[in-house]
Design a protein around this ligand. Structure first.
Ligand code: BMA
Length: 339
């Protein structure tokens, strides 16, 4: 197997546990999962499907908080160790370009990505149907909304952490306004974070049964010297409803609509009580990854059963070797995704 390296920050303080002896899976769970339990702050019943990042020597995160009236909004959290989180009691107040409050009716499944000196939050919200909302901040005190990048209906948007060929680049998953029974990952480009176009198909649901209904991007793609490492979710429909597992693929570094390698097996699937039991059972939903370029360590953050947040570990070498050992591209995966 060839060596692979993360291109990114050295971060020795990300959460980590060594692979347990005898573990044959490519990822292993934090033994103290879930790291965020129910009723984490007054008025919020559940936090899940949330994204974290390094910030000022510690960590910061945007969290999907399901209020007691059932409506989700985004809450800010800070942490020294990315395990124990202190949440702001009030949801994030988004403003428009003029500084006037501009709140989405609801907001869920946030991702948080830094491009240059600016942090971007992307989420799903209503804009005459579910679609993507996006805001920027440099200080985590003011959050200015940008134009919504896509028409309804769309979910699961996540930016790449740097421009590619001079443009901002974002993955997303067109959908319908319900519990969508289809869905492929697309990539779009923008010169200015306002006008989005050059849409390309990246990858779709497949003949692997764990992801044969729909897929959606998860954590922001991780840059490596072998391409972008993408953790995504894949869904199968069963007689008892949808089951969400986590998959992994490698995308071309300068043309990410081309899939280089795609793992035919899931890399994590609901097995533990906090993944199998909850508000929506059988959901592992990745939204962020912390990485250390020095050691290749990866800590993946994922929502569990729409009720909790969990962490799971791997190394870039371990997951890459596993992807290559189970590499199975679907028809069209390795093309530019145009028609
Ligand atoms: C999807 C999204 C996620 C959720 C998942 C399982 O459609 O709404 O937020 O985790 O369903 O309920």
């Amino acid at each position: 197997m060839s060596d692979i390296k993360i291109i990114g920050e050295v971060l020795h303080n990300i959460p980590w546990q060594d692979k347990p002896t005898g573990c044959t899976a490519p990822m292993w769970r934090y033994t103290e999962n879930p790291i965020i339990s129910r009723n984490p702050l007054p008025g919020v019943a559940r936090i899940f499907n949330s994204a974290v990042m390094p910030y000022n020597g510690g960590f910061i995160g945007v969290f999907r908080g399901e209020q007691r009236n059932g409506v989700p909004h985004i809450y800010l959290g800070r942490s020294k160790d990315a395990i124990n989180w202190q949440f702001e009691p009030e949801r994030i107040r988004f403003t428009d370009k003029n500084g006037e409050e501009f709140m989405p009716p609801y907001a869920y499944d946030p991702r948080l990505v830094r491009v240059g000196d600016t942090y971007y939050i992307m989420w799903c919200q209503d804009a005459f149907g579910p679609t993507i909302g996006i805001a920027k901040t440099t200080d985590f005190r003011t959050f200015t909304r940008l134009e919504n990048p896509y028409l309804p209906y769309n979910r699961n948007a996540v930016l790449f952490p740097r421009k590619i060929n001079g443009n901002y680049v974002m993955l997303s998953r067109p959908c319908d306004n319900g519990h969508t029974a289809f869905g492929d990952i697309f990539v779009s480009e923008s010169p200015d974070m306002e006008f989005w176009g050059r849409h390309r198909h990246v990858m779709g649901s497949s003949d692997n049964w764990w992801e044969n209904l729909k897929i959606g991007a998860g954590a922001a793609p991780i840059e490596t010297d072998k391409g972008w490492l993408l953790f995504y979710h894949g869904v199968v429909n069963t007689c008892n409803g949808y089951v969400y597992s986590i998959g992994a693929a490698m995308l071309d570094i300068s043309e990410p609509s081309k899939v280089l390698h795609r793992c035919e097996n899931y890399v994590l699937t609901p097995e533990e009580w906090y993944e199998e039991r909850g508000f929506v059972p059988n959901v592992c939903f990745p939204c962020a990854a912390l990485t250390d370029a020095a050691t290749g360590r990866i800590a993946l953050y994922y929502g569990c059963a729409d009720s909790y947040v969990g962490a799971a570990f791997t190394t870039v070498q371990e997951i890459y070797d596993y992807i290559l050992a189970h590499d199975k591209l679907q028809p069209g995966d390795d093309t530019p995704g145009t028609r």
